[in-house]
Design a binder for this molecule. Structure first.
Ligand SMILES: NC(=O)C1=CN([C@@H]2O[C@H](COP(=O)(O)OP(=O)(O)OC[C@H]3O[C@@H](n4cnc5c(N)ncnc54)[C@H](O)[C@@H]3O)[C@@H](O)[C@H]2O)[C@@H](O)CC1
Ligand SMILES: Nc1ncnc2c1ncn2[C@@H]1O[C@H](COP(=O)(O)OP(=O)(O)O)[C@@H](O)[C@H]1O
Ligand SMILES: [K+]
Length: 523
């Protein structure tokens, strides 16, 4: 499991070491890790000696890290320049940098555009303007410098701890931000590096241990690795039969949106569920059966199911009635439900804790609006997109159920406050029907997972997941499978565009390779 923390959590963990006078040692470890990563980046492109690096340094400890790292790089033969962005700089860091022969330029007295040109001409730019101590974003000349530099498109940007302007706790972004190729982060990954829009500015994230890791509290954000997902994936045994594997009831599609039903039913079928019972109008059912002859069409009274998927493409009175009826039947039987798209507006007053909502940003904004949260002003899609971590948590709290918010990074919030973030997909997945495929995969996993979720000695317990957060973990597994399937499918086309059908086509391959990984680790 990858864990991420708030800036405050990192500071709390550092405090005992700072109190015992080890602050300077921590900074040296951070700077060394940063310098090492710069060396790696330079060597991908050219030889180190004679290569140039410009560090943009703020006045806090983040600037100190950058200046110490640059002094180490100067000693390894790089040409180093520091642009001091504030009226002061970390004194020891600056002294070390000057002693190593680095060139110092002052932003205060210089022209931001000119200095941006200098920085853009170097092989690597280190962004050490603001770290976890930032309040808001870059301002004044530093903001101008960064805006200009971003426009010029530097060859390689390495961010120190976080890209300056990205909120380390939330991933909120205060523009302008210099988008990094690599972010080297210290002591623990910052939550803002695993949540959009911050994650989109961070590039590859490299964690440098500085000796505080054992002092960290429970993470703010978690990300399942391939190994974690493999452990949690349901798998059939010799004793399995189709009913014991899990049956999924699906209310999806409508006269108008036939494709949504086709996609989610087929995605569920290829994700390992024992059987799918489909409910919808005849026109949609014909298409569903043509694509997935393994599914059953039940026009009204459904047979027994272990979970429901309700909502993709649901439209019009007839199908909305089926959705409401399925909600009631799930409530009566205590069954888990995935609520997607057209069914999000039909939710009953109170939903049980084993239901999962899967909105995109626009749907989440509408949902939050309908909850009439006291004191909250109307939430727009743009609000959700700029603060997804905040709003997905809020929605989980207010509804009392797990909420999966779709995006480049998909966030899954449990009402307990535990949040997962998965980001294995590709931007090509922003295509019609992609969410229907995710809904099918999740429904399928839910129908298959019910028993494992309560097992005190099973994989969920082994990963330290409390019973109340296990539905969120199932949703995170679905998100990682979906993202990996998109990336795998796009790779077949050398990184080219995708259709939802292509994503779906890769799902069995992803499930197979994850399972194989799990098997190879057991051997
Ligand atoms: N405590 C330590 O010894 C360690 C700290 N580390 C580094 O220290 C950083 C945190 O250091 P700081 O707490 O000094 O914080 P920062 O380096 O983020 O900067 C805080 C300083 O910038 C000013 N400032 C805040 N917001 C600003 C804004 N929007 N525009 C302009 N100036 C602004 C503040 O007044 C303060 O002087 C971490 O991100 C990490 O890079 C690492 O070296 C690990 C060890
Ligand atoms: N830029 C992106 N990068 C990666 N994945 C994305 C991106 N944009 C969207 N996705 C994924 O694509 C899917 C889109 O779902 P949704 O918006 O419901 O589409 P639809 O309603 O057409 O099925 C989600 O799983 C989302 O996480
Ligand atoms: K920074």
């Amino acid at each position: 499991m990858i864990s991420a923390f708030t800036g405050q959590q990192i500071r709390n963990a550092e405090q005992p070491l700072l109190d015992s006078g080890e602050g300077a040692v921590l900074m040296q470890r951070a700077a060394y890790g940063l310098a090492q990563e710069v060396v790696r980046e330079v060597r991908k492109r050219r030889k180190l000696t004679g290569a140039s690096v410009t560090v943009l340094a703020g006045k806090g400890n983040n600037g100190g890290d950058g200046l110490f790292a640059a002094s180490m790089l100067a000693r390894r033969g790089m040409r180093t320049t520091a642009v001091l962005a504030a009226d002061a700089a970390h004194p020891e860091g600056l002294a070390a940098f000057e002693a190593a022969g680095g060139r110092v330029l002052h932003l205060e007295s210089g022209d931001p555009e000119e200095l941006a040109v200098v920085a853009a001409g170097s092989d690597v730019v280190i962004d050490a303007l603001l770290g976890t101590g930032a309040r808001g974003g870059l301002r004044g000349a530093a903001a101008e410098l960064v805006a200009c530099l971003q426009e010029l498109g530097p060859a390689c940007v390495v961010a120190c701890d976080v890209p300056s302007g990205v909120d380390a706790n939330s991933g909120e972004v205060h523009w302008p931000v210099l988008e990094a190729d690599v972010t080297v982060t210290f002591g623990g990954i910052k939550a803002g590096l695993l949540a959009d829009p911050g994650e989109g500015c961070a590039g590859r994230v490299v964690l440098v241990d500085i000796g505080i890791e054992h002092l960290l509290a429970a993470p703010e954000l978690r990300r399942l690795t391939a190994k974690d997902a493999a452990l949690l994936l349901p798998r059939p045994t010799r004793r399995s039969q189709k009913y014991s594997r899990g049956v999924l009831g699906v209310v999806a599609g409508s006269e108008r949106y036939v494709g949504a039903a086709e996609l989610c039913v087929h995605a569920a079928a290829v994700s390992g569920v024992g059987m799918v019972r489909y409910q919808g109008p005849e026109a949609a059912a014909r298409q569903v059966l043509a694509r997935t002859p393994e599914s059953l069409w039940e026009s009204d009274e459904p047979g027994r199911v272990q979970a429901w998927l309700i909502g993709p493409g649901v439209d019009g009175n007839e199908q909305q009635d089926r959705a409401r009826k399925a909600f009631r039947s799930a409530l009566d039987a205590g069954l888990p439900v995935v609520v997607d798209a057209g069914a999000l507006s039909l939710l009953p007053e109170r939903c049980p804790a084993n239901w999962i909502l899967t909105p995109h940003a626009g749907e989440l904004a509408t949902l939050l609006g309908s909850l009439h949260a006291a004191g909250e002003v109307a939430v727009t899609r743009e609000d959700v997109e700029s603060r997804p971590l905040h709003f997905v948590r809020l929605a989980a709290q207010q509804t009392g159920v797990t909420v999966l918010l779709k995006g480049a990074s998909t966030l899954v919030a449990s009402p307990s406050g535990v949040v997962f973030s998965q980001s294995e997909g590709t931007p090509w997945m922003a295509t019609a029907g992609s969410g229907d495929v995710l809904a099918g995969v999740l429904g399928s996993l839910m129908a298959q997972s019910a028993e494992a979720l309560t097992d005190d000695d099973g994989a969920y317990a082994a990963l330290g997941l409390a019973v109340e957060d296990r539905w969120a973990a199932v949703a995170a597994v679905a998100a990682t499978v979906h993202g990996r399937a998109g990336t795998a499918a796009s790779r077949v086309f050398d990184g080219g565009p995708l259709t939802a059908s292509a994503i779906m086509g890769a799902v069995p391959h992803v499930l197979g390779s994850l399972s194989a990984e799990c098997d190879s680790r057991k051997r």
